[in-house]
Design a protein around this ligand. Structure first.
Ligand SMILES: Nc1ncnc2c1ncn2[C@@H]1O[C@H](COP(=O)(O)OP(=O)(O)O)[C@@H](O)[C@H]1O
Ligand SMILES: [Mg+2]
Length: 293
C-alpha cells in the first residue's frame, strides 16, 4: 500500500507523572499502534479511563508522546503544520454561551482565517448540514447537549479539514440527537473526510465505523475491520443463488458424509461488537444503551 495513511500511530506510550507525588506515574497509553486509511471512519472504543482521550490528544499534538510517534497524512503530530488538515471536537467542548450559534461559527471561522462572503456562505452551508438553521440566532445557553455537539461539529469542519477527531461525540446526547450526529458522521465520510471517534457506546460505533480499535487499560487489545472482527472464524458461510431443493439436498449430504464438518445453519453467524468487547476486556462494564430513563 503506497498511499499515505490519514493517521499513523506507532508504539505510542504516554506516561503521566502526578504533580503531587512525582515518583508516582500513570501509564495512560501503552505501546499502541494502528493506522487509519484516508476516507475511513475509525472507532476507538473502551471504558472510561482506558486511554482514548490521551491517544487523541497526542495525535493532535496537544500532549507529547512519552515514547512512539503519531503522524497525520505523513506529517509528524509534533509539527504545528500537521494540524492544518485536522478538525477537533473535544470531549467537553467549552463554548461562549452568550454567543448565538451563528456568532460561534463566525468566531471559529475567523480564527481559521476565513472572512467575508466566503465565511458567510460556509456558515450557511454548515448550519444546514448540522440542522441548526432554525436555532442559528439563539444563544448557546439555550441549546440542548445534542445541539451543542452539532455546533461543535460544524466548528470542527469549518476550515474543510481532511481529518476530523471526535472525542465521545454522542456522550450525554439523547437517542434522537445521537442519530443526527451519526448521520452527520456518515455525511463526512461521503465527502471523503477521514474520521476518528472515541466512544463507549458500542451500538453507535458498530453503525458507523469501518474499523475499530478496542483499548483497555491503555493497551490496544483488538484492532481491525469491523466486518472481520465480527465474523466467526471457525465457521463458513456459503451464499447460493437459485439453489434448488436437489442442490441443497446434495450439499447437506456432502456435509454429513464428512466426519468433522457440521452444518449449523444456512445463515451467517456473526458476533456482536458488544460480545467481542466483553471477551477482550474481561467483561468490563460498558453502556450499550444511549439513554436510560
Ligand atoms: N493529565 C493527566 N494527569 C494524570 N493522569 C491522567 C491525565 N490525563 C489522563 N490521565 C489518566 O490516564 C488514564 C487514561 O485517561 P483518558 O485518556 O482520559 O481515558 P478515556 O478517554 O478513555 O476515558 C486515566 O487513568 C486517567 O486518569
Ligand atoms: Mg475520554
Amino acid at each position: 500500500m503506497s498511499e499515505v495513511p490519514a493517521v499513523s500511530i506507532q508504539h505510542l506510550t504516554r506516561i503521566f507523572r502526578l504533580p503531587t507525588l512525582r515518583r508516582q506515574t500513570v501509564t495512560a497509553v501503552q505501546d499502541v499502534s494502528f493506522d487509519i486509511a484516508a476516507g475511513q471512519i475509525y472507532g476507538l472504543i473502551g471504558p472510561n479511563g482506558s486511554g482514548k482521550s490521551t491517544t487523541m490528544k497526542v495525535l493532535l499534538g496537544l500532549l507529547r508522546a512519552t515514547e512512539g510517534k503519531c503522524s497525520i497524512f505523513g506529517r509528524d503530530s509534533a509539527r504545528v503544520d500537521s494540524r492544518e488538515d485536522v478538525g477537533f471536537l473535544p470531549e467537553n467542548p467549552y463554548f461562549y454561551r452568550h454567543l448565538t450559534g451563528r456568532e460561534t461559527l463566525v468566531f471559529y471561522g475567523k480564527l481559521c482565517g476565513i472572512t467575508g462572503s466566503a465565511l458567510k456562505d460556509r456558515i450557511g452551508e454548515l448550519l444546514a448540514l448540522v440542522d441548526l438553521e432554525h436555532a442559528a440566532d439563539r444563544r448557546l445557553a439555550g441549546y440542548s447537549k445534542g445541539m451543542l455537539q452539532r455546533i461543535g461539529l460544524a466548528q470542527a469542519i469549518i476550515h474543510r479539514p481532511r481529518l476530523v477527531v471526535l472525542d465521545e461525540p454522542t456522550a450525554g446526547v439523547d437517542p434522537g440527537g445521537s442519530r443526527k450526529i451519526r448521520d452527520l458522521i456518515l455525511a463526512l465520510r461521503e465527502q471523503g473526510i477521514t474520521v476518528i471517534l472515541s466512544s463507549h457506546l458500542l451500538e453507535q460505533v458498530q453503525e458507523v465505523c469501518d474499523r475499530v480499535g478496542i483499548i483497555y487499560k491503555g493497551k490496544l487489545v483488538k484492532e481491525g475491520a469491523l466486518s472481520e472482527l465480527m465474523s466467526v472464524e471457525d465457521q463458513t458461510e456459503i451464499l447460493l443463488r437459485n439453489a434448488t431443493p436437489e442442490v441443497l439436498k446434495a450439499v447437506r449430504a456432502l456435509i454429513s458424509s464428512h466426519p468433522v464438518t457440521d452444518l449449523l445453519t444456512m445463515g451467517h453467524p456473526r458476533t456482536t461488537l458488544e460480545r467481542l468487547f466483553l471477551e477482550v476486556t474481561d467483561g468490563s462494564a460498558v453502556e450499550t444503551r444511549e439513554y436510560v430513563k
